[in-house]
Design a protein around this ligand. Sequence first.
Ligand SMILES: Nc1ncnc2c1ncn2[C@@H]1O[C@H](COP(=O)(O)OP(=O)(O)OP(=O)(O)O)[C@@H](O)[C@H]1O
Length: 342
Amino acid sequence: MTLSLEQLTRCTVAVDLGASRTRVYLRDSGLVVDEPSLAAVNCRTGSLIAVGTLAGGMAGRTPGHIRVVRPISGGTVVDIDMAQRMLRFLVNDKIRRAWRRKPMLRAAVCLPHDAEPIAQRAAVEVLTALGARRVELVDALIAAAVGCGLPVEQPEATMIVMCGAASTQIAVLSLGSIVAAEKVQVGGDAIDYAVIQHLRSEHELMLPSQGLHPLHLALFDPARMGTEAEVRGRDVATGLSRTVLVNTAHVREAVHTPLTAVIDAIGRVLRECPPDLVADLAERGVMLAGGSAMLPGLDMMIEQATGMVVRIADKPDVCAVMGLGAMIEGKVRPMHLDPLAG
Ligand SMILES: Nc1ncnc2c1ncn2[C@@H]1O[C@H](COP(=O)(O)OP(=O)(O)OP(=O)(O)O)[C@@H](O)[C@H]1O
């Protein structure tokens, strides 16, 4: 992966191909695409019917011959052809025109920490098919840390916990590099799954896929700890609509297992760090980013488990692409580490 800021400033477009959402930042225009990484396909003809938000609205409501697919899984492109087609439709005419004016278009893509060479290659192929002549790959943790406004280029420790849909990545950074990092395959989707399973087994209730986010507020809000929240769904046996009262403390217990994996990974990263950096972190705390950082009370759960202050980034879901955008716009100044003269 590259971290040559000079190479990045030659890029016109910054892309974050996430498991849950695809985001595109265009130089001089800002964030121009932020849509679900979904495509609806007609299985009989192979034609694409919808992408992004429109495809998301179709999920769970399609007839047998239409499938809503995710070409990106865990931050890795798993279906290159579909990802290319999805991205082509997500970037509208205006962006395509801007790209066409740049025959030697360069693109920057952020990839999960420690992405396999095959995942790196897949991302390059997706962007190349859209006209990029050169693709710079950047570690998503560095991009997100820049996007959160952390002083990554300074000789002081900063810690970022990026909780996405399919994974949580944790890193301690200093002097523009990653000192210690870890990735666990637990993110917002695993937390949602734990809630769905709890409602299914304890209350015999099935939830529509879109019904979870409004629920997060009722179930995880620390102010409502130990109270009951009304949840509406479909009865598993009868298929009829039903409302149940759910104890919020029990739901928190249900998500304990996925969250424990995240807390354990934070501990492992801290153990790998030199003591001076850990002392910095004790003062400065932890920055929480990624879409799942918006889960009410997640910051407090991490704070209680680690004993460190946890802050949630401004717009945590778009930190990585905005950080990459800042890099291509040349807003990040590298710290000079040239050998001393004399
Ligand atoms: N307001 C919210 N409250 C709770 N969870 C949320 C909220 N908004 C988004 N999420 C969760 O955030 C996750 C998406 O986060 P993000 O946009 O960072 O994912 P991504 O970058 O596509 O994923 P990944 O980094 O795993 O590739 C989803 O699991 C979603 O359920």
